[in-house]
Design a protein around this ligand. Structure first.
Ligand code: GUN
Ligand code: ZN
Length: 434
């Protein structure tokens, strides 16, 4: 039966490795063909070579002049903070108090949670993001609402209930025991149901008691194929607070290490104020860094150090961190990442930025082979980018001399308007209205 085959003709870009370290890490097919069958990539390559292999009658979608890449992967984002994006505060801790906690309170209401989750996922796919690692709130119903909406769209999403049992308002507080019990129930309900995956989610060390961190670490050990996500070393006031709360820890990261939270499938947002011993531990345990440049600049948290992270070979990826972040677009996130790296004396190639937003994210989450590139058998999540999306982008991309220049222009000038269409498991989940 040939009827489930679909083919897409466009320029194709995807990666098999990190272009900063490996020659031939990228695949580029100027006139390419992506063949999809049953929601998975069947083959990706040159149109001229593959067109003969198409089963009789396969529809060929003509996206010539456009560029298809794997769907973007945003490795750290808060769906409940959608409605408070762009709320100004002098720094992380006052921002949490003034905007974040009152906003998250509303997610006790399942109808509200469903409404925001639906908008959030539409916005992600409008921006070309097909997988994200997502914070819900302390309320288990916020997780049910999120996964329900994700399942409807057949997106591969990772999410979890926030664990928070101190230093927060009563209305957002669980207990060490209830938080872990509810997390375990959610794991049983959602982890690996369709494309949904669960992440154990202690908000950050200051809002969990030692008892809660202990139980969260034990839960992570009991369910080793779940994910774990938290924040670390984002802001200097936060780092000082952690030092006062955990005086015996060698460092902020060492608090998590003590509770067994450094492991494959663990994702640490920010990682600005780490030291080399922290980075070495992360690399040794396959713990990953989620770099959040729009958030770090917006909240004045600091500049991520690409050079030290690379020296230690910690797995890296990019993230929006909305509502601390100021854009849902991974292209805008690349734009800011480039400038953050530049300020630290590092030159971030456009090629590497596209790697970090695709295969880099998949690898950080141990999902290579499932998402992140167009290897045969991977899930057919992809984005169709339009280099002529705006007059300026069209004018600039007509004047590029290399693939690197083309990608750089798209990364620096692109945003949601650049996304002509987004596909998840071979089905269109967004088509731009022209
Ligand atoms: N640290 C603890 N909670 C948060 C949050 O919601 N956003 C950010 N950016 N940092 C945090
Ligand atoms: Zn965050």
């Amino acid at each position: 039966n040939t009827s489930t085959f679909q083919a897409y003709r466009a320029s194709l870009l995807h990666f098999n490795d990190d272009p900063a370290y490996h020659a031939n890490a990228h695949h580029w097919h100027e006139d390419g063909l992506l063949i999809v069958n049953d929601g998975k990539v069947h083959l990706a390559g040159d149109y001229a070579q593959l067109v003969h292999l198409l089963p009789e009658g396969t529809p060929v979608h003509d996206y010539r002049g456009k560029l298809i890449t794997p769907g973007f992967i945003d490795t750290h984002v808060h769906y409940p903070q959608t409605d408070m994006i762009a709320s100004p505060a002098p720094g992380l801790l006052p921002w949490l108090e003034k905007y974040t906690f009152p906003t998250e309170r509303k997610f006790a209401n399942p109808a509200h949670a469903t409404n925001v989750a639906s908008f959030f996922l539409d916005e992600l796919t409008r921006c070309g993001t097909t997988t994200a690692m997502v914070y819900c709130t302390v309320h288990p119903q916020s997780v049910d609402a999120f996964f329900g909406e994700s399942e409807k769209r057949n997106l591969r999403m990772v999410a979890g209930k926030v664990l928070m049992d101190r230093n927060c308002p009563d209305f957002l507080r669980d207990t060490a025991e209830s938080g872990v019990r509810e997390s375990e129930e959610l794991i049983k309900r959602w982890h690996k149901r369709g494309r949904q995956l669960y992440a154990i989610t202690p908000r950050f060390a200051p809002t969990s008691t030692e008892a809660q961190l202990e139980l969260a670490g034990a839960l992570a050990k009991a369910y080793p194929d779940t994910f774990l996500q938290t924040h670390v070393a984002e802001n200097t006031d936060e780092v000082a607070w952690v030092k006062s709360l955990f005086p015996n820890a060698r460092s902020y990261m060492d608090v998590y290490d003590h509770y067994g939270m450094l492991r494959p499938r663990s994702m640490y947002a920010h990682c600005i104020w780490l030291d080399d011993a922290d980075r070495t531990r992360m690399a040794a345990t396959q713990s990953a860094i989620s770099i959040c440049p729009t958030s770090n600049l917006f909240l004045g948290s600091g500049l991520f150090d690409f050079e030290r992270a690379d020296a230690a070979q910690v797995p890296l990826s990019l993230a929006t961190d909305v509502g601390g972040g100021t854009s849902f677009s991974m292209l805008q996130t690349m734009n800011e990442a480039y400038k953050v790296a530049r300020m630290g004396g590092t030159y971030l190639q456009a090629m590497r930025m596209f790697y970090l937003a695709t295969l880099g994210g998949a690898r950080s989450m141990q999902l290579e082979g499932t998402i992140g590139n167009f290897a045969p058998g991977t899930e057919a999540d992809f984005v169709v980018l339009d280099p002529k999306a705006t007059p300026l982008l069209a004018r600039r991309t007509e004047r590029t001399d290399s693939l690197e220049e083309l990608l750089f222009a798209i990364a620096l000038l692109g945003d949601d308007r650049t996304v002509a269409a987004t596909y998840a498991a071979g089905k269109a989940v967004h088509q731009r209205q022209d």
